[in-house]
Design a protein. Structure first.
Ligand SMILES: NC(=O)c1ccc[n+]([C@@H]2O[C@H](COP(=O)([O-])OP(=O)(O)OC[C@H]3O[C@@H](n4cnc5c(N)ncnc54)[C@H](OP(=O)(O)O)[C@@H]3O)[C@@H](O)[C@H]2O)c1
Length: 305
């Protein structure tokens, strides 16, 4: 029997499976919401989920549902799709959202969170920014490769304290903390991603290869300077952005960014919600970001969306 406070997870990719298994580990019984087409292909509607860490493997069974088969109001929802899919995914379950339901948006980038907040005035919308690293080794089998930190916080300033969301911060295998300046956290991550991700997609290279003391690094450093100018205009501290960006390139030197991987597979990337959002804000603020424009234009010409 489904409880009133059951967490529903929308999107069964890496992050959806990571959060679903981590909630199971905590003793919760989350439900996974799949696309209608994916749900129809399942042989059984209770599915085995596997969570692997460098040290351990855990197995859990969870109920899968689809927008057509949800049979009780959703009070607590975690959206784990990519940025470009979040609004349409949410719209697919909108008829099932209880009034005043709690919704946590875990995707990268910015813009879509604010669109969703404005589209759903009757719901409590929170956003998250995470440095966890996870990937699917097979459908419903997630590897938690890098333990990170997730910040969660309300997108409306009058929603400082929410008991339901505090549940995610206590006794949980993921490191989750509440913060009251989530938009700043989102900007801090966007700033780093906007310098690294698009360039790695354009040059089809690993993160570390951007530090080549040559053309790639010159473009990287130009993007950093422009991004700092946008952050400064927004009153967000930007002083150590160069150290942070270079630090990420060094510590993840062998990795390919998610954007680079999506581009290699011909998938739509999240760049419209990263560099695209930054360019939009820069235009509004009157800040020049020609390096970001040039990057997006060259990516577009190369067929990366
Ligand atoms: N993976 C990481 O380590 C990591 C770390 C930090 C942040 N993030 C961010 O977290 C977000 C999710 O990333 P991810 O790696 O989990 O991506 P992902 O593996 O591609 O998962 C996204 C999932 O959402 C599903 N989806 C899309 N539209 C849907 C809909 N309308 N209804 C139901 N499901 C839908 C997708 O299904 P289809 O495949 O059928 O489209 C896919 O299973 C991204 O913004 C990413 O940048 C990821």
């Amino acid at each position: 029997m489904i409880q009133n406070d059951t967490w529903h997870i929308l999107g069964a990719g890496s992050i959806g499976c990571l959060w679903a298994t981590s909630l199971c580990h905590k003793g919760e019984t989350p439900r996974l919401i799949l696309r209608e087409s994916s749900y129809q292909q399942l042989e059984q509607k209770r599915i085995p989920l596997k969570l692997s860490t460098p040290d351990q493997t855990f197995l859990f069974d969870v109920d899968a549902v689809s927008p057509e088969t949800i049979d009780s109001p959703i009070n607590r929802l975690i959206v784990c799709t990519k940025a470009q899919d979040s609004l349409s995914a949410l719209n697919s379950v909108k008829p099932h959202l209880a009034e005043n339901s709690q919704i946590l948006l875990l995707h990268n980038g910015m813009g879509s969170q604010q669109t969703i907040r404005d589209a759903l005035p009757m719901h409590r919308i929170w956003a998250g920014s995470s440095t966890d690293g996870a990937y699917l080794s097979a459908p419903f089998e997630v590897c938690h490769a890098g333990q990170g930190q997730t910040w969660i916080g309300p997108l409306r300033s009058n929603e400082q304290s929410e008991q339901g969301f505090h549940d995610l911060c206590d006794n949980f295998r993921l490191k989750v903390s509440q913060c009251d300046t989530i938009e700043q956290k989102l900007w801090e991550k966007l700033a780093i991603n906007s310098c690294i991700n698009g360039l790695t997609a354009l040059f089809n290279c690993r993160n570390g290869e951007l530090l080549d003391n040559g053309d790639k690094q010159a473009w990287l450093d130009r993007l950093i300077v422009e991004t700092c100018a946008v952050l400064t205009a927004l009153d967000i501290p930007a002083t150590s952005l160069r150290e942070k960006v270079h630090g990420v390139c060094q510590s993840t030197a062998r990795n390919r960014s998610s954007t680079c991987q999506d581009a290699r597979r011909g998938r739509v990337t999240e760049l419209s919600f990263i560099n695209g959002f930054l360019i939009q804000q820069a235009n509004t603020l009157g800040v020049t970001v020609d390096g970001h424009h040039q990057l997006m234009n060259q990516l577009g010409a190369a067929g990366v969306r």
